[in-house]
Design a binder for this molecule. Sequence first.
Ligand code: GPP
Ligand code: MG
Length: 293
Amino acid sequence: MTTAPVAARSATAPVPTQSTYQNRVADYWNAEENPVNLELGQIDDLYHHHYGVGEADWSVLDEADPALRRDRITAELHRLEHAQAELLAAHLGPLTPADRVFDAGCGRGGGSITANLRYGCHADGVTISAKQADFANEQARRRDVADKVRYHLRNMLDTGFETGAYAASWNNESTMYVELDLLFAEHARLLRRGGRYVTITGCYNDTYGRASREVSLINAHYICDIHPRSEYFRAMARNRLVPVHVEDLTAATIPYWELRKQADHLVTGVEDTFLDAYRNGSFQYLLIAADRV
Ligand code: GPP
Ligand code: MG
């Protein structure tokens, strides 16, 4: 038997910079043009890729004029999504305009703009979708904040950014695309000591058992892998992130999904699955804020 020398073997099988899974996820986001994301974002050029929180103004459904009814429903869903972004941003602070924040899985960029508007801070967002990064940078240019808010085509697990340079960082509904240990190791590396990490996420409920049918359907819909609640705290503890605030937002997000379900011009088909998952206790919408120690 002959064996190839190690050097020759590794030369023929280079480690890919991005896994096949990550390529598939990038393909999804490069192709994504859901009206529920674009029509909401067009209202004030804040493009979010997450859901909403808070009580809805149900009067929008009673609007008699069909065109106005559509517009009012769209605006109300956007208000609820922006309230979610503001809730996350509020937990990042206090921050000064000199501070730098890291937006892991930045989508079309709304979260970093929200943080910059609130604190005047520098922001670096990363996404593995070239289309999202280009879109987000164009938005920052149009707002005249491109000197402070920058989006990068990079992997959130391996950003190449400067160690300890960040006062705060977050994942807004993007943790379900990655292994939490690798993710939190990168946040812990980037955050300065005493820095703040925040995530809002959908997680499956350990007390239900394993992932429910509805959780599995959500995974299939977005090509993601929703983690159990317990895994967040285990992985944070292993990576110098100590929770300071945990909030179950499940009840607060149900009005968003109830209203979205009735928005015929915006539905994507996943609405009933989210409502069922939340209501049968298998799925939770959670905010976790943690200090980097
Ligand atoms: C919403 O993005 C979030 C995700 C795709 C990640 C999955 C989130 C969970 C809580 C499981 P989006 O705003 O692009 O989705 P949609 O197009 O459905 O509005
Ligand atoms: Mg959306």
